[in-house]
Design a protein around this ligand. Structure first.
Ligand code: NDP
Ligand code: GDR
Length: 344
């Protein structure tokens, strides 16, 4: 039986990937952190928390000896490293913690692989944030990097270390440069889920106004469930490599807000510019969206649009869900949760 480790099972991608691997017959070791209140709401929502082949293991990515023990005790042959301090905004306030977890953390796993069993296949969750300031579009595996946040810089270090362990020690270290991917399981600190949860609350009369930062930022948003399938395909390939996963469509944060309100039958009208910009209910004239500069970042990634041609050609991977479908799916999930009186 195939055995896989998924670090960060309490996160969005970890939950979906664990579900996929269990469906494929794997035994999955999903790692979670010791915190004051562990949250398993995502694996509970997917209904896999009691799956007989799912083992939840306490683990911290910053600890080398636990990384070694994790590999020794599980005898896993595939490691998907999804754990990270993954919020770009927080990385400006906590650059050193971000460097330790997101940058150095993966090297603990690479070292553990080198020590315990160099045959283990390793997936590193790299990111389009590494492209940062626009150098060329659409972004591909060959586009130069120019990260614009402590998070992006930390991820770039881990990305190059994965390549370095591949070239130095022949380790099957693969790096997926994934563009933004969202779902009903997305954390509420990220903009799409903040928007869909707030739109649901506004529709249900539980919130008056949605406050956002930079609405001009453009992102290439896909559906997370499809992206974890791409991760799995990368580790089944003949050789380790680097792949971009993206939809090749980019929209502004403002466009996503408009789509989300549309999903609850509210037509928005936009007025003003910059900090004065507002989104109004086209019928009633009520202000529903405002800019709050506290959500601006010290440096911004203005435009991301990826070209997934290599993944399409070599892995047969294809994004399928449109942004409209994705946004509607998220709004509906948040309406349901808010109606039931809870929202994670
Ligand atoms: P989440 O923020 O939802 O999940 C991150 C996971 O990492 C959580 O389970 C978190 O645990 C865990 N974690 C954080 N710190 C540690 C630590 N020190 N030791 C062990 N585990 C830790 O992220 P996503 O699921 O969205 O993303 C998965 C990965 O992919 C991340 O590495 C992210 O940076 C990367 N990525 C994500 C993209 C996206 O659009 N979603 C795009 C490109 C890359 P806890 O619950 O305890 O905080
Ligand atoms: P990002 O995602 O930084 O791309 O990182 P996020 O959803 O946080 O921001 C996207 C864009 O929206 C703008 N924005 C806001 N963002 C948040 N969070 N909250 C707001 O109120 C707000 N208003 C405007 C941001 O400035 C930004 O331009 C995500 C994470 O999942 C990373 O881990 C991953 O690597 C990248 O996607 C690809």
């Amino acid at each position: 039986m195939m055995k896989a480790i998924v670090t960060g099972i309490t996160g969005q991608d970890g939950a979906y990937l664990a579900e996929l691997l269990l469906e494929k017959g794997y035994t999955v070791y999903g790692t979670f952190r010791r915190t004051s209140s562990v949250n398993f709401w995502r694996i509970e929502e997917l209904g896999i928390q009691d799956h007989p082949n799912l083992h939840l293991v306490e683990y911290d990515l910053t600890d080398l000896s636990s990384s070694i023990r994790l590999l020794q005790e599980t005898q896993a042959t595939e490691v998907y490293n999804l754990a990270a301090q993954s919020f770009v905004g927080v990385s400006f306030d906590q650059p050193l913690t971000t460097a330790e977890i997101t940058g150095l953390g993966p090297v603990n796993l690479l070292e553990a692989i080198r020590i315990v069993n160099p045959e283990i296949r390793f997936y590193q969750a790299s990111t389009s944030e590494m492209f940062g300031k626009v150098q060329q579009i659409p972004q591909t595996e060959a586009t130069p990097f120019y990260p614009r946040s402590p998070y992006g810089v930390a991820k770039l270090y881990a990305h190059w270390m994965t390549i370095n362990y591949r070239e130095s020690y022949g380790i099957f270290g693969t790096s997926g440069i994934l563009f933004n991917h969202e779902s009903p399981l997305r954390g509420r600190e990220f903009v799409t889920r903040k928007i869909t949860d707030s739109v649901a609350k506004i529709k249900l009369g539980k919130l008056d106004v949605l406050e956002l930062g930079n609405m001009d930022a453009k992102r290439d948003w896909g559906f997370a469930k499809e992206y974890v399938e791409g991760m799995w395909r990368m580790l089944q390939a003949d050789k380790p490599d680097t792949y971009v996963l993206a939809t090749n469509r980019t929209e502004t944060v403002r466009d996503f807000v408009t789509l989300a309100f549309k999903a609850v039958d509210i037509q928005l009208r936009w007025e003003g510019q910059g900090e004065q910009e507002q989104g109004l209910d086209a019928k009633s004239g009520k202000v529903l969206v405002k800019v709050n500069p506290k959500f601006y970042r010290p440096a911004e990634v203005e435009l991301l649009i990826g070209d997934p041609q290599k993944a399409r050609d070599e892995l047969g991977w294809e994004p399928k869900t449109s942004l409209e479908e994705l946004c509607r799916m998220m709004v509906e999930a948040d309406l349901r949760r808010n109606e039931q009186g809870f929202s994670f």
